[in-house]
Write a protein that binds this ligand. Structure first.
Ligand code: ADP
Length: 257
C-alpha cells in the first residue's frame, strides 16, 4: 500500500476497504482484465480479503473470466445496498452481473452507474479492491478516479513503440490525481515455440518505460495459450495452476501493490 486512505474522504460503501488498486490501459484488448483478475486471485491466495470491481461498463469481461454460481447481483431491499456475488473467495461486482444487456449510455450516465455500483455495494472488510478500469483516460476514468481514493495504479500495455504514448497518458492521469503508478505490465511480450523465443511486437521498450516515467516495477507477461483459454473458461490461470510460471509473475506483482 502506497498511500493510506482516510475514512472521511471515502464514500460510505468504501470505508471498510484498506487498499484500492486500479488496473488501467489506454486501449482495449491489451490484457487489462486478464491482469486485474489474476492479480486479484493472487492476492486472495496470499491470504488477503479481495474484491474485484469491473468498471468496464461497455465491455464487462468479468462474467466470462470467472464463473460464480450466482450470476446475478442481489439487492438488500431494506438497506438499499447491493450484495456482490462471489467466486473462489473473491467478491465480484460487474455490470455484466446486473441482468441487463450491453449498455447504450452516454458518459455521464456511465459515471452515475459506476458510482452507484461502487458506493452502494456491501463490500464488507477488504484488504484489496481491484478496479478493472474502462480502457482510456477520458471523462469516465477521471470521474471514477475522483470518486475513489486509489492507493495505487497498475498500467497494462503491449510492447510496441506506440504503446509508449499510451503509458505516458496513463501515468499523467494518475500523477495529476496523485495516485502512484506502482507497476507497468508489458503483456504479450514474447512466446516460446520450437525451443526458440519470439518477440512479435519487438522488444526493449520496457526498460525505457521504467526510466522515462520513473515507475518502480516492470513485469513481462508472455503470450500463453493457457492464459486465453483460462480467461474463457471462467477459472483464472492463477487459480487453475497456482505453481505455474504465470502465477509466479503475479505473485511478484502482488507484493508491489
Ligand atoms: P482488455 O481487458 O485489455 O480488453 P483482456 O484481458 O480481455 O483485455 O484480453 C483480451 C483477450 O486476450 C482475452 O481473450 C484474453 O484471454 C487474451 N489474452 C490476454 N493476455 C494474454 C496473454 N498474455 N496470452 C494469451 N492470451 C491473452
Amino acid at each position: 500500500a502506497a498511500r493510506p486512505i482516510y475514512a472521511d474522504q471515502l464514500p460510505a460503501g468504501l470505508q471498510t476497504i484498506s487498499n484500492i488498486v486500479a488496473v488501467s490501459s489506454c486501449k482495449g484488448g491489451v490484457g487489462k482484465s486478464t491482469v486485474a483478475v489474476n492479480l486479484a486471485y493472487t492476492l486472495a491466495d496470499m491470504g488477503a480479503r479481495v474484491g474485484i470491481f469491473d468498471a468496464d461498463v461497455y465491455g464487462p469481461s468479468l462474467p466470462t473470466m470467472v464463473s460464480p454460481e450466482n450470476r446475478l447481483l442481489v439487492m438488500n431491499p431494506e438497506k438499499k445496498t447491493i450484495i456482490p456475488t462471489e467466486y473462489s473467495g473473491v467478491k465480484l461486482i460487474s455490470f455484466g452481473f446486473a441482468g441487463q444487456g450491453r449498455a447504450i449510455m452516454r458518459g455521464p450516465m456511465v459515471s452515475g452507474v459506476i458510482n452507484q455500483l461502487l458506493t452502494t455495494t456491501e463490500w464488507g472488510e477488504l484488504d484489496y479492491l481491484i478496479i478493472d478500469m474502462p480502457p482510456g483516460t477520458g471523462d469516465i476514468q477521471l470521474t471514477l478516479c475522483q470518486i475513489v481514493p486509489l492507493t495505487a495504479a497498475v498500467i497494462v500495455t503491449t510492447p510496441q513503440k506506440l504503446s509508449f504514448i499510451d503509458v505516458a497518458k496513463g501515468v499523467r492521469m494518475f500523477s495529476k490525481l496523485k495516485v502512484p503508478c506502482v507497476a507497468v505490465v508489458e503483456n504479450m511480450c514474447h512466446f516460446d515455440a520450437d525451443g526458440k523465443r519470439y518477440y512479435p511486437f519487438g522488444r526493449g521498450s520496457g526498460s525505457q518505460v521504467v526510466q522515462q516515467f520513473g515507475i518502480p516495477h516492470l513485469f513481462d507477461l508472455p503470450i500463453r495459450p493457457t492464459l486465453s483459454a483460462s480467461g474463457d473458461s471462467g477459472m483464472p490461470e492463477v487459480v487453475a495452476d497456482p505453481q505455474g510460471e504465470v502465477s509466479k509473475i503475479f505473485q511478484n506483482l502482488g507484493v508491489c501493490v
